[in-house]
Design a protein around this ligand. Structure first.
Ligand code: PHE
Length: 340
């Protein structure tokens, strides 16, 4: 008779007590399990009449426990829904928010300014081969400029195929010309590496390269482009620049670009012309560089420029220690309005 067993199941008022009942009935030495075991010792006739009853009992108990379990779980859920309340009007706990690093911010600003002038963004690897970093830029082996760059070599220097950490973004000039052909207008922002470290030098820093290749490009286009970009970047109309003759192996003629500064609130700011500071290297792309990248220098010419992104960030936001850029100190970022 299953009724008394089903009553015990119905009397279980929690999942824990129901589990106790289940073990008492269906467990290894549970009452129903014991009954099942007696089947083996019965003579065939008794087994034929008792077997179905015992199996039916086990099934009724099993179903009864499952149904009771579902009912208890439902009741527990109802209970929680009735008692737990969320006050959605409470203010959320404050969470510290990250912010864009000044270097990333300046790279974004530059990409936007140059996008307006029709420049696309080009990229190249930070682990570069010497051909792209030097040779194609008119710095053949034994060229003194190779030594000047304080290069990090990834293998002993005399290994012919030794890769380097790129010392400037200029190799992206070559890669962009190879990949995209001419005409071409790109900027290439990215990390560069030189074995050098003091208040104004870190072994890793950031440059942005600009390259325009077309027909009939002149120094005039270069000067206008730089003036326009510096005015947009520093958000001032009184930006003046001057080009000084200089030397880079990959440009001819080459010019260093100075921007005028003036004193405001005891601080040197870009704008006006109380003095000059150097901000860029530039020039007309050397015909050998154009040829090395696979273009015909009789048909195509252009200008290129390169500058330090970290340096531009320092000038725009009045920061004075380059090393602080890479310390990850939130107090420093917040001081300049970058942390949250
Ligand atoms: N690559 C040069 C440097 O790192 C900068 C430069 C770029 C100069 C393009 C001329 C043209 O100093």
């Amino acid at each position: 008779d299953s009724a008394p067993l089903l009553d015990r199941i119905a009397a279980a008022d929690s999942l824990t007590s129901l589990e106790g009942v289940r073990v008492a009935l269906l467990g290894k030495s549970g009452e129903v399990t014991q009954l099942l075991k007696t089947l083996g010792g019965m003579d065939p006739a008794t087994r034929a009449s008792e077997g179905p009853k015992i199996h039916a009992l086990r099934e009724a108990v099993t179903n009864g426990i499952a149904a009771r379990k579902a009912a208890l779980e439902d009741a527990a859920l109802e209970q929680r829904l009735a008692t737990e309340r969320l006050d959605l009007s409470l203010p959320a706990p404050e969470r510290p928010l990250g912010s864009v690093h000044p270097v990333s911010q300046v790279m974004d600003e530059l990409a936007e300014i140059f996008a307006d002038l029709g420049f696309a963004v080009a990229e190249g690897p930070e682990i570069e081969d010497q051909w792209h970093n030097f040779t194609a830029l008119n710095m053949p082996e034994s060229h003194p400029a190779r030594a000047m760059h304080d290069t990090f070599y990834l293998e002993p220097k005399d290994v012919e195929e030794a890769k380097v950490l790129r010392t400037h973004t200029s190799p992206v000039q070559i890669r962009a010309m190879q990949a995209l052909g001419a005409p071409l207008r790109v900027i290439a922002p990215g990390r560069v590496y030189r074995s050098d470290s003091d208040a104004t030098h870190t072994p890793m820093f950031h440059q942005i390269e600009g390259l325009v290749i077309d027909r009939d490009i002149t120094m005039g286009h270069l000067k206008w482009t730089l003036e326009t970009f510096l005015k947009a970047f520093f958000e001032r109309d009184d930006i003046v620049i001057r080009l000084r003759p200089s030397y880079f192996p990959f440009t001819e003629p080459s010019a260093e670009v100075d921007v005028g500064w003036s004193m405001e609130k005891g601080r040197r700011v870009v704008g006006g012309s109380e003095g000059w500071m150097e901000v860029l290297g530039s020039g007309m792309v050397h015909p050998r560089v154009i040829a090395a990248a696979g273009l015909d220098p009789d048909e195509w010419q252009g200008f290129a420029f390169g500058t330090g992104v970290d340096r531009l960030a320092m000038l725009k936001y009045g920061m004075d220690d380059l090393r602080a850029f890479f310390d990850g100190d939130l107090r420093w970022l917040k001081h300049y309005g970058f942390g949250a």
